[in-house]
Design a protein around this ligand. Structure first.
Ligand SMILES: Nc1nc2c(ncn2[C@@H]2O[C@H](COP(=O)(O)OP(=O)(O)OP(=O)(O)O)[C@@H](O)[C@H]2O)c(=O)[nH]1
Ligand SMILES: [Mg+2]
Length: 368
């Protein structure tokens, strides 16, 4: 699935450092590289212990994890609200499906802060407000132009435009109160009426807090106020991470990395958590296919029907879908093999509309 998360935030907060860590890229960091530069695009593997466990059972030639795409989109510093994001960067942001908003909580005196001091709550508002201004401008322009269009249209076309106008007016009111469009409760038709605008404050957003190394073991003091602020912005999650520490750990051999993490009291690599949080933010889940050739995780929107899920594997499987044999990953591990699972009667047969659940194994029967 081709979904993209934008990584954005103020200059010098560690966006590119994080982006490189997540995707294994080597984009340049520091020296305000981000505001001018092209955006960086890369792919992160979604860590998933279930895939390893299934692979341990099948010993396949190939193991394939799910992936998330990240796009690192640097912003300039705002002189006045509404000026920080160039039209090109706005366009880049609008191609994204979700936003990872990085805020700085690390102190490093050698790294200047564009607003003079370290204040993640203020930074969060600064950028969210920029995005809000950008949406406001779009709504305003469209509301001006829709009037003559309304007058010259009729029938179903007019109805559609009426609906669009009504939603835009609600959007206008929300934005005027500095409420993000995530705050609007829209039904499916209303959602469709404004989908094309790709409003930035309607995209799901998570806040990644780039911590000082010293705060990693006990981030709550730093995180709590950010979490409060994030709630007001309707952010889905707040994820602490120390880009610098993660970069240092990434240099270590795996065993040393693991014991170092243990020493620091970190249960799970922060980057893994961030990738998984992004996957969730995007509304995605994984199902698996298994065999001696390949154990593989496939990505579908949560709740996708089995026929659509089959299409993630191949369009032929979607077109010629007959039924799917389905089993949970744990049940399969317990049974030891698909043959045994069938014998035990724990393998189910499901039809086209069956909503696939995260962690299920699908075997699609099809005919084209
Ligand atoms: N101490 C410390 N320094 C960091 C951390 N993360 C990034 N830096 C440093 O901060 C500087 C800016 O990092 P970048 O990753 O380039 O930041 P950016 O947000 O991509 O900056 P622009 O692209 O210019 O907007 C670099 O010198 C990094 O080494 C961190 O967690 N701790
Ligand atoms: Mg950068």
């Amino acid at each position: 699935m081709n979904v993209v998360s934008a990584i954005t935030g103020l200059p010098y907060v560690g966006k590119t450092t994080l982006f490189n860590l997540l995707t294994g890229a080597h984009a340049s960091t520091g020296a305000f590289a981000g505001a001018e530069a092209e955006t960086n695009v890369g792919v992160a593997k979604v860590p998933d212990p279930r895939v390893e466990e299934l692979a341990a059972l099948y010993k396949p030639k190939k193991i394939t994890h799910a992936e998330v795409m990240y796009r690192d989109i640097g912003l300039a510093r705002a002189e006045k609200p509404g000026q920080a994001i160039s039209p090109q960067k706005l366009g880049d942001l609008r191609t994204a499906d979700a936003i990872v908003h990085v805020v700085r909580a690390f102190s490093a005196p050698s790294v200047p802060h564009v607003d003079g001091s370290v204040d993640p709550v203020r930074d969060l508002s600064t950028v969210e407000l920029e995005l809000l201004f950008a949406d406001h401008a779009v709504v305003e322009r469209r509301l001006e132009r829709i009037e003559p269009e309304l007058r010259s249209s009729k029938g179903p076309e007019r109805e559609m435009k009426e609906r669009e106008k009504a939603v835009l007016q609600r959007a206008f009111a929300a934005l005027a109160e500095e409420r993000p469009l995530r705050d609007l409760d829209l039904d499916a038709d209303e959602e469709k009426a404004i989908r094309g605008f790709r409003f930035l404050t309607r995209m799901p957003v998570l806040v990644a807090v780039n911590l000082d190394e010293d705060d990693v073991a006990d981030p709550e003091r730093i995180i709590a106020p950010v979490r409060e602020a994030a709630k007001a912005h309707r952010a889905s999650a707040v994820v602490p991470v120390s880009a610098k520490l993660e970069a240092e750990i990434a240099e270590l051999p795996p065993e040393e990395a693991a014991s170092f993490r243990k020493e620091l009291g970190l249960a799970e690599p922060a980057l893994d958590r961030l990738i998984r949080a992004t996957y969730e933010l995007l509304g995605l889940c994984s199902f698996f296919t298994v065999g001696e050739d390949e154990v593989r995780a496939w990505t579908v929107p949560r709740g996708a029907p089995a026929q659509q899920a089959a299409g993630a594997i191949h369009t032929d499987l979607e077109r010629g879908f007959i039924r799917a044999e389905v089993i949970g990953w744990q049940e399969l591990l317990k049974a030891g093999s698909e043959a045994n699972a069938k014998k035990l009667g724990v393998m189910r047969t499901e039809g086209k509309t069956y909503p696939v659940k995260d962690g299920e194994i699908l075997h699609v029967l099809f005919n084209v």
